[in-house]
Design a binder for this molecule. Structure first.
Ligand SMILES: [Cu+2]
Length: 436
């Protein structure tokens, strides 16, 4: 291999290991991740993936299948803005481990596009393949993911229009790509995939996270490096195992916003939404815009929280002569407990007659592995939701107050688990009035 001396020295003075590793990885951007639906069990990437899983399952060292699961169970970042970079790094490391162990030097992890493919790829359903997992619920094998409950959520993460907060999350709140697209598939596949302690043992985990990463790559292509806030860019992560079995040092988020930096790309990203219109496209120019922040602490004990929109906002929505839009993001926080796992958090705007759903997401919550888990102390689970034009329409068509309501619904009410406690609900809305 040709070594670029300037690149190899770029890490000198400081974060030597990680930067040097990152530079080296960026130099062989030859991995092309392909759609699982386009690959058969005879294709090189599937042969390598199956062979790699088989070899890793035989090991008990740092390159073992179990070690990768332990890493995810104990150190994975969920419920916050580290979610995307952490999982990007884990998949990229896994890719290199498999390439090294199998000799398929260009191995690229396939992505399973659960927004397009209705079923799991056939080669993970063959009981003679290492990619088969017998602890999967048999119902999953014939599950039509397009028809399944929750898969139809309007917030499934294809949307690349979201701002950073809504898409990637906040320091302590899950963004939509995690809360919706990611969590829904974990809950729908179920079995080992249904718990953070065991999820990475099912090969489907890697195909799933590869697609989550592709959703990020799509968002990044549209929004660029300027979309990331400074404190996020400085976030760093470590603990990943390289193909030689040794840890690869510290990785800084700002250096892995492009997949090129990690030596891979996707054969195709999601197409940008064609129906997104610029503000004002349907009316006159904006005549005023105001930002309104509202927040409430929950007092109900039934797992719900309600926040009334300020009366002057509702009045403006109903009485302004021209068009009025409401856009913005909100965050709902719940007390972190085992009872939250598998519950669906549904957020809607309610009027006296009618409502607009802002999204529903089953939770797949990481509780940490105790020792060595620096985030075990987090008290809450929170996630971000967004508002759009439907809220303004609802106001026009109704009278009386408008309220945002979040509820945690049990997916299996028959189990009669104790309720989970909502902590707070807050929203920042931009109300824009256009000339009539
Ligand atoms: Cu995870």
């Amino acid at each position: 291999m040709l070594l670029n001396r300037r690149g190899a020295l770029a890490g000198a003075g400081g974060l030597m290991t990680a930067l040097a590793t990152g530079e080296a990885w960026a130099q062989d951007a030859r991995r092309v991740r392909k759609a699982a639906s386009s690959l058969s069990s005879a294709d090189d990437d599937i042969l390598a993936f199956a062979e790699g899983v088989k070899l890793m399952k035989r090991r008990s060292d740092a390159l073992s299948w179990e070690a990768q699961n332990r890493l995810h169970a104990q150190r994975a970042e969920h419920g916050n803005w580290r979610f995307l970079p952490w999982h990007r790094l884990q998949v990229a490391h896994m890719e290199r481990i498999i390439a090294q162990l199998t000799g398929h030097a260009n191995f690229a992890m396939p992505y399973w596009d659960w927004q397009v493919d209705r079923f799991l790829p056939p080669w993970v359903l063959d009981p003679t393949s290492p990619l088969y997992e017998r602890q999967r619920d048999p119902a999953t094998e014939t599950l039509d993911f397009q028809k399944a409950r929750f898969a139809q959520s309007r917030d499934v993460a294809r949307v690349s229009d979201d701002n950073f907060d809504a898409f990637c999350g906040r320091e302590r709140a899950a963004g939509r790509v995690e809360a919706y697209g990611h969590n829904i598939i974990h809950m729908l596949v179920g079995g080992l995939m249904g718990s953070t302690r065991t999820a990475a043992l099912d090969p489907v985990f890697w195909l799933h996270h590869c697609n989550v990463d592709r959703v990020w790559a799509t968002w990044h292509q549209k929004n660029g490096d300027r979309a990331y806030p400074r404190p996020w860019k400085d976030v760093s992560m470590s603990g990943f195992t390289g193909p030689d079995g040794r840890q690869t040092g510290r990785w800084v988020a700002s250096r892995i916003t492009s997949t090129r930096g990690l030596g891979y790309r996707y054969d195709a990203l999601y197409a940008p939404l064609v129906f997104a219109l610029p503000p004002g496209a349907l009316g006159g120019p904006p005549v005023s815009a105001r930002e309104v922040s509202v927040r409430v602490d929950a007092d109900a004990t039934d797992g719900s929280v309600r926040l009334d929109l300020p009366a002057e906002v509702v009045r403006l929505l109903r009485e302004a002569p021209g068009r009025v839009t409401v856009e913005g993001t909100g965050v709902v926080a719940y007390e972190r407990s085992e009872n939250l796992t598998g519950r669906a958090i549904a957020t809607s705007v309610f009027a006296e007659k009618g409502r607009v759903d802002l999204g529903v997401s089953p939770t797949f919550v990481h509780f940490g592995g105790g020792e060595g888990d620096e985030h075990a102390g987090h008290a809450d689970y929170a996630h971000v939701f967004t508002f759009d034009s439907a809220v303004a329409q609802l106001a026009k068509l109704t009278t009386g107050p408008l309220a945002i309501v979040s509820t945690a619904q049990d997916l299996r009410p028959e189990e009669q688990r104790p309720p989970v406690r909502a902590v707070s609900l807050e929203a920042t809305l931009t109300v824009t009035e256009y000339a009539a």
